[in-house]
Design a protein around this ligand. Structure first.
Ligand SMILES: NC(=O)c1ccc[n+]([C@@H]2O[C@H](COP(=O)([O-])OP(=O)(O)OC[C@H]3O[C@@H](n4cnc5c(N)ncnc54)[C@H](O)[C@@H]3O)[C@@H](O)[C@H]2O)c1
Length: 271
């Protein structure tokens, strides 16, 4: 069994525990980390885990695989710890890596795998494939009900009250680097898209607050030597967090399954 250090015991953390409880993934939670020990204790109790509630340092010692599902500030810290201890990891708050492009290079040099999930977006396989011949335009348009955007730093700074909108309104246009700063809790997909494609400065992002929308949707358009691509992903909110898409949790589980299966096959080969 691959031992997991779970950093962040919120909605995605709970969805990971639910998937592990269902069985079929050769992994178990060995350590829980959270800024709020009550959240970690709740997860430990709810899923009757034998895991200890520990610091990140201790989790990295106990685990074969670290999962960050805590927030953009935690992402570079967890990735650095993974590199330092030679532990593969999954980073859900991909936006948190945008300001630290050196981390992925350091991980590759240290032979540590940093898994980046597709999150609430489909089509990254096509973007990666198209990059083999080059892309000259990639745009993400994110459309959300206003309540899914409230509190974003950019809206607060600009004094934009999305709850007062009566028509679909473009509230942000910029590149992916600017987008992850403006909407740190909302646009991890922009970060994942830019890492798969032409990078954070060249990837364009539009955010639409749509009072008529009941679901979060992401449209990607791209053009390159291969032709043109357009994908739309319509996401239902997570059953436990209206600000997060269920597909994001499912992408974490899919990455975890792949990591655990690769770990098991490495173990078998070493025997
Ligand atoms: N890649 C994607 O598409 C995608 C989609 C949704 C969310 N996310 C990312 O995943 C993160 C987790 O999502 P969630 O819905 O589970 O959030 P959540 O708020 O339900 O849970 C986050 C948990 O992490 C804890 N935490 C926060 N900062 C921490 C830190 N520095 N160290 C340890 N624990 C910390 C909080 O106390 C909380 O218990 C989000 O912050 C977001 O950045 C990514």
């Amino acid at each position: 069994m691959m031992r997991i250090g779970l950093v962040g015991c919120g909605n995605i953390g709970a969805d990971i525990c639910i998937a592990l409880q269902r069985g079929g993934i050769p992994a178990e939670i060995a350590a829980l980390v959270d800024l709020d020990p009550e959240r970690a204790a709740l997860v430990k109790r709810s899923f009757q885990l034998a895991a200890e509630i520990v610091s990140l340092d201790e989790a990295a010692e106990r685990a074969d695989f670290l999962i960050e599902c805590a927030g953009s500030a935690a992402a570079p810290v967890v990735a650095e710890k993974a590199i330092e201890t030679g532990t593969d990891c999954l980073i859900m708050s991909v936006g948190g890596l945008m300001a630290h492009p050196e981390i992925l290079e350091k991980a590759a040099a240290a032979n540590v795998q940093v898994r980046i999930p597709s999150g609430a977006l489909c089509g990254l396989d096509g973007i990666r494939a198209a990059m083999e011949a080059g892309l000259h335009q990639v745009t993400l348009t994110t459309r959300k009900p206003p309540k899914g955007l409230t509190g974003a730093p950019y809206l607060v700074e600009q004094g934009i009250d999305v709850l007062a909108l009566t028509e679909p309104t473009v509230v942000f246009e910029g590149n992916a680097l600017e987008a992850v700063k403006a909407f740190p809790a909302n646009v991890n997909v922009a970060a994942a898209l830019s890492l798969a494609g032409i990078g954070p400065k060249a990837t364009r992002v539009r955010v639409i607050a749509d009072p008529r929308a009941t679901e979060n949707s992401h449209e990607v358009t791209a053009e390159g030597a291969f032709g043109r691509l357009q994908t739309t992903t319509v996401n239902l909110p997570s059953p436990r967090n209206a600000k997060s898409s269920y597909l994001a949790s499912l992408s974490a589980v899919a990455e975890l399954r792949a990591a655990a299966e690769a770990f098991a096959s490495r173990k078998r080969a070493a025997q």
